[in-house]
Design a protein around this ligand. Structure first.
Ligand code: 13P
Length: 290
């Protein structure tokens, strides 16, 4: 079923938790992500990477995802992730994406806000817009080990004005998180997050959640993070399952059905487990494990 992304993120925060958002590169993975959310009985976000949305049949894939989302027994949002191309954003929303990360994080703060505001004026009013202030190091589609020094951290002093000027309905923050894998343990700056939360009223978003401990994610949820984005960890689970099932599938007469079922089960199990971990009842007490 459908629901607004900002509403779901606010509901998660009110419930002392966060919403899980997972990247999907194909329909089978999306189907398994929805299966995991239904297993957990919790809402979920299907993130569509721009490399997928920009393919020849990218718009058709987004329409198919929206159809699968509508048929689900839990609320499912379809969000175009990390989009820098205005025309791709407009096409993806027309195809069925109900939310977009309008990503101006590589621009100056003023240009970033202007880009988000421009996209606001080009999109239907019901489209939910996330913006990113500060920039995360790393690759969104491939894992490279990094530490957060390569990122530009979000400046809490800019956050309130940026949200007001851009019209963003969710704000992605850079507080020690990176895309991909972490070199050493992640060092999430919870004090910086608390100052950003004080300066803004919109739900905050933590990208690069793969590799961040559940304790850190819970502490972030207690400080206004209503959505966390997960890709690297999901890709790892999927590829591990495919690797383990590949040789037996070849031996069994090229049994693709068993191989794809193993991949789907690995994705569903991971999503159900991580959604549940993000939404346990005692999230209001930061563990201090940071
Ligand atoms: P990870 O690949 O580090 O989990 O980041 C995912 C993400 O932020 C997608 O937007």
């Amino acid at each position: 079923m459908r629901a607004r992304l900002d509403d779901l993120a606010r509901a998660a925060i009110a419930d002392h938790g966060a919403l899980g958002a997972y990247s999907c590169y194909d329909l089978a993975t999306a189907d398994a992500i929805i299966g995991g959310a239904e297993r957990a009985g919790l809402p979920v976000v299907l993130l569509v990477p721009p490399v997928v949305a920009g393919r020849e049949r990218g718009a058709a894939l987004i329409s198919a995802l929206r159809g699968m989302a509508d048929a689900a027994s839990v609320a499912v949002c379809v969000q175009l992730d990390h989009a820098t191309d205005g025309d791709l954003i407009v096409r993806s929303v027309a195809a069925g994406a109900d939310a977009v990360l309008v990503d101006g994080s590589a621009l100056s703060t003023a240009e970033n806000a202007a880009f988000v505001a421009e996209m606001r004026s080009r999109l239907p009013h019901h489209t939910v817009i996330e913006a990113e202030l500060g920039a995360l190091a790393g690759d969104e589609d491939r894992a490279v080990a990094l530490d957060a020094d390569a990122s530009a951290f979000t400046d809490p002093a800019e956050a309130g004005r940026f949200v007001a000027q851009s019209g963003a309905q969710l704000l992605a923050v850079s507080i020690g998180n990176v895309h991909g894998s972490y070199r050493g343990a992640p060092r999430i700056e919870h004090d910086r997050l608390a100052r950003i939360q004080q300066a803004t009223e919109v739900p905050l978003v933590l990208h690069g959640a793969s590799g961040i401990s559940t304790a850190d994610l819970r502490a972030a949820a207690a400080r206004g993070v209503g959505k966390v984005n997960i890709n690297t960890e999901l890709r790892g689970r999927l590829l591990d399952a495919v690797s383990a099932a590949l040789a037996p599938a070849r031996l069994a007469g090229d049994d693709v059905a068993t191989l794809t079922a193993a991949a789907a089960e690995a994705v569903s199990a991971f999503v159900a487990e991580s959604l549940t971990a993000l939404r346990t009842p005692h999230l209001s007490t930061p563990s201090g494990a940071h």
